[in-house]
Design a protein around this ligand. Sequence first.
Ligand code: P6P
Length: 337
Amino acid sequence: MSSSNHINFKQYLASVKLAGESVPAGLQELLTAVVKTCATLSHEVAQGALIGLLGSAGTGNVQGEVQQKLDIIANDLLIEGVQSCQSLAGLASEEMEFPLPAQGTGDYLLLFDPLDGSSNIDVNVSIGTIFSVLNKQDPNAPLQTSDFLLSGRHQVAAGYVVYGPQTTMALTLGDGVVMFTLNKVNGTFLLIKNKVKISHSTKEFAINMSNMRHWADPVRRYVEECLAGVSGTRDKDFNMRWIASMVADVHRVLSRGGVFMYPWDQREPHKPGKLRLMYEANPMSFLVEQAGGASTNGTDLIMDLQPTDLHERVSVMLGSKEEIDRIQHYHSSSAHR
Ligand code: P6P
């Protein structure tokens, strides 16, 4: 199928109906600005060493992580790309301790991880941008951090752009999941997949096995049963993947099913997990649920969690529904965490 047979992102936004209504113009404006910025970022990421963009920036972020040069460039590009949106009230980023008021008079709030998986940049492994859109509950009040502390159920849109062999975007507006691929010749995203669905069953799981001795019992039980395959209690053998780039691992789950896990472990027992709720787990969970999968922290569905901090972390296990149901059952029937 030639690219001329695919509608582009602008045409998609103009055509799609949500409960019979068009996508609000302000949301179209904001998403168009995000997507345009990601097309630019795709080009920057692809240049890498050629324009001196690899390596550390020599600074740390609010998470206490070393920032890569491209982390900062991605964050700056996204701020620059959306700040003129009239529909935007404010934005929050993994790279910034506090939210940034926007110049707009609208009531959308944009949260993003500008370049997730950036430790993979220098070894040429896929990385990505994750974004989530909320509605400011009190449009007339000055922006404050508490405006962002809404559960994932309040998201009006969420998506990611994975910068890999193709630059591909997954998006949900609350009525299913669609995917687009960037035509790098003219910089437009073209629709490649409607109604993305995650198979309820799978033979593939993704987790960082080097942390096995630190896991809670239910997680260890689930993974050991996967490893035992047909010689154990499961009726099938499993395959394992770990890209160490959430966007790439979740894209695989959305594309062919599977389970992605970054659970709590006892290395830093005071932290509920490594991944962040507001701009990693919630947007990914919205996509996964909209595609027929499930996403849990072990006991609750991720999108039901009430955040108390903009940068709070969470245990994440998401993907094929039968497997997530099993993982939740193991947590509910375990005496230990
Ligand atoms: P580990 C990337 O740094 C990230 O935040 C996620 O994208 C990824 O899933 C995870 O961390 C990888 O963590 O401990 O396996 O390096």
